[in-house]
Design a protein around this ligand. Structure first.
Ligand code: ADP
Ligand code: MG
Length: 698
């Protein structure tokens, strides 16, 4: 950092702070605290006040309590069964209470007489009342706990063996004022904006987190830090968006309505309101000089392909080509089939570019694309291979099943003129999450299914109900329907799981459905073999398809009505929702049977899933279960990983505010060169540093 960086004080190693020597600095480093700033942001993980803390005299058997008291007496008690129990008697102003930790004698070394502890757990009956803490925090030791109680609130810092609670209290006692003074220079929100957002000043927020006056003030302070996180994340994305959509002009498609109207006329149904709405959003982008970079989200069967087709026709009627890229050949063919069916005898040339096309066939296809004779081009990765040339590519639609990276998308669209980009995602996620993850894109959501769809009936099946389940499937087969049996994939390689699927396959084939044609589809089959099996299934020549999750990707066989998911507890909810979306695509409705003997939380989760048909709600539930951490971690976005303070579900308003404000800042001052954006620029650089480069591909 140059000496001109006014923010650099907080970048000093934590070792230079009062009360932190080399040894402590090393311990802090192990907790990820390297700089003075890191320490300031090391805020308590937990707050307790009078409303959550029970005086020990009121702790009754059967209650779940949190108490705070000083250890008066302690020791390890052996039982006859050989179990060792650590016991401590703690005292507060109201009285004494015994705490017991069965099987944890080592706590004897950690807790001393005179220590103040905060403990949470159930009160049991055992020679009287006894608290069995599930969790405890050492608040202070031997007279070092004066600061344990900030006003009426107990704070618990994330601590470690060599850095106990009292260390953090002491270190903040000695340094907090100075740290807060420094952070004042990092304030980038003026009073007016803070008022609108209803968040405190940054230094005020951090002060409240370390020295809370009330639990309500803690929540406001958290919101401030949550906003900061979201804002800088959005800022990076807003810059990427600016580069992708505004830096160079995009194509301004002229809407002649020639093809769009013709398609409306041949369609046997009306667009849903949601389809019409997202189409307006797409047309507005396409007919402006701003380049479109939009994500189209919708549940399975919401009618995304049709929306994409309208967008492609707008490109074609304006004299350009439109390409649709699918992750696999089967899907590319399926899209082509669907599009041909929707087009009826509209006069639009459609060409396919897929990897399996060889020799003269491939040359002919490529030539037709290069000469502009094909208006619509549907394909796979083959679209972005070397040697593929387009006459006038105007729109790229990517059917994204988490397969294509940003880079590949851009290869196809990085040409002159720069084509508009529409990304179709079949994984519905809550809008706020989509905004947080894909802030560089605009988002259109189809949140409505075409009318008359019967929801897929979903049921949980236990092992003992297996025979009945088979009987049900036989009925469907007898009625001319088809069924999927899906087995989970535990190992990446499929090596371990294949035998299970193969065993099940031979049993289903020979014993359960001896009269039906049963086929096995798994990821290790050569592509042509997979295609052959899928084609046979979609033509009805195979009635039962036994598969590992390879069928997840958008396969559409309207005659399939049964989806059996074996080992359902191993699947993610969103993944199961994708699978469920494979059936009930025809008139007959569909059933999804989840086979699992799991009870408890897992069983409950499966039951919740069975009751929920809306993909967006499933996604929300999934997110709640898995947490947001790995979602962000798995993105290639290169930002700082998890959000510590923000929760994309709880803080939807902040996500939207952060995005709107970040986009406004970037629109007015793309390079953040203005004096008023100095702090923002420095903070952004600090936070993202080298990783900013990741965004430059876009
Ligand atoms: P998605 O790609 O979102 O999974 P599709 O585009 O494949 O969904 O549409 C699913 C089915 O619904 C297709 O057969 C399609 O023709 C039909 N469809 C699409 N939009 C409508 C609509 N507005 N009314 C009735 N059927 C529709
Ligand atoms: Mg445009």
């Amino acid at each position: 950092m140059s000496h001109r960086d006014p923010l650099a004080q907080l970048d000093k190693p934590v070792q230079f702070l009062k009360g932190v020597g080399p040894r402590r600095a090393e311990s802090l480093q192990r907790m990820g605290i390297l700089k003075a700033r890191d320490l300031l942001y090391h805020v308590p993980r937990r707050y307790d006040d009078a409303s959550t803390i029970t005086p020990v005299s009121r702790a009754q058997v059967g209650m779940e309590v949190t108490v705070v008291g000083v250890v008066r007496n302690k020791g390890v008690v052996p039982t006859r069964a050989g179990l060792k129990i650590f016991q401590a008697v703690i005292q507060d102003e109201s009285g004494m209470l015994t705490c017991a930790w069965p099987g944890q004698p080592w706590i004897d070394r950690k807790l001393q007489v005179g220590d103040r502890v905060l403990a949470t757990g159930p009160v049991k009956f055992f020679h009287g009342r006894q608290l069995q803490p599930r969790e405890y925090t050492l608040m202070g030791r031997d007279g070092q706990d004066e600061a344990a109680r900030e006003g009426t609130i107990f704070v618990s810092y994330p601590a470690s063996d060599d850095l106990p609670q009292w260390f953090f209290r002491k270190v903040f006692e000695a340094n907090l004022e100075w740290l807060l003074q420094q952070i004042r220079q990092e304030e980038y929100l003026d009073g007016g904006v803070r008022g609108e957002l209803d968040v405190p000043e940054l230094s005020e927020a951090l002060s409240r987190l370390h020295r809370p006056g009330s639990l309500a003030s803690v929540e406001k302070a958290r919101r401030r830090l949550a906003f900061d996180e979201l804002f800088f994340l959005q800022l990076v994305q807003a810059q990427a968006r600016h580069r992708q959509t505004q830096e160079q002009p995009g194509i301004r498609f002229r809407r002649t309505n020639q093809l769009i109207r013709a398609l409306h006329e041949v369609l046997p149904f009306q667009l849903t309101r949601a389809q019409a709405r997202v189409l307006r959003e797409i047309y507005a982008d396409m007919t402006s000089t701003r380049r479109m970079n939009r994500m189209l989200q919708g549940d399975v069967g919401a009618g995304k392909t049709l929306v994409a087709l309208f967008a492609m026709l707008l490109a074609v009627e304006a004299g350009f080509q439109a390409a649709l890229m699918a992750p696999t050949e089967i899907l590319a063919e399926q899209h082509a089939r669907k599009i041909r069916a929707l087009l009826g005898d509209l006069d639009v040339d459609l060409e396919m570019l897929v990897g399996s096309a060889k020799g003269s066939e491939r040359t002919r296809a490529r030539t037709r694309v290069a000469e502009g004779r094909a208006g619509l081009i549907v394909g796979t990765h083959a679209l972005i291979q070397e040697g593929v040339e387009f006459a006038r590519l105007g729109l790229v639609v990517v059917d994204e099943q988490h397969r294509f990276g940003v880079r590949q998308r851009m290869v196809l669209s990085d040409r002159d003129p720069r084509p508009d980009v529409l990304i179709m995602s079949a994984t519905p996620i809550p809008r706020s999450l989509a905004m947080a993850l894909h802030g560089d894109l605009d988002i259109s959501i189809i949140d409505e299914l075409p009318p008359g769809r019967l929801p897929v009936e979903t049921r949980l099946v236990r092992s003992k109900g297996r025979e009945r389940m088979y009987a049900r499937v036989r009925e469907e087969l007898a009625a001319g329907r088809q069924a999927y049996f899906v087995y989970p994939l535990v190992e990446e390689s499929e090596k371990v799981d294949l035998p299970a699927a193969e065993g099940a396959f031979s049993q289903l084939k020979n014993e359960v459905f001896p009269d039906a044609e049963v086929a096995l589809l798994h990821g290790r089959l050569p592509p042509e073999e997979k295609d052959r099996i899928m084609t046979a299934f979609s033509e009805g020549k195979v009635q039962v398809l036994v598969a590992t999750t390879v069928i997840e990707v958008g396969i559409d066989v309207p005659n399939a009505t049964v989806m059996v998911i074996e080992g359902a507890e191993r699947f993610g909810l969103s993944q199961m929702h994708q699978l469920r979306g494979r059936v009930g695509r025809g008139e007959g409705g569909g059933i999804c049977l989840l086979v699992s003997d799991f009870g408890g939380d897992v069983g409950e989760r499966l039951k919740t899933f069975a009751r929920t048909t809306d993909g967006f709600r499933v996604a929300r539930e999934d997110l709640r279960i898995r947490g947001q951490g790995d979602l962000f971690g798995s993105q290639q976005h290169g930002h700082g990983g998890v959000l510590r303070f923000a929760d994309v579900l709880e803080d939807q308003d902040l996500v939207a505010e952060a995005q709107a404000r970040a986009r406004k800042v970037v629109e007015e001052d793309p390079g953040l060169d203005r004096e008023s954006n100095l702090a923002v620029r420095l903070l952004l650089r600090r936070q993202f540093g080298e990783r900013l480069k990741h965004y430059e591909v876009g």
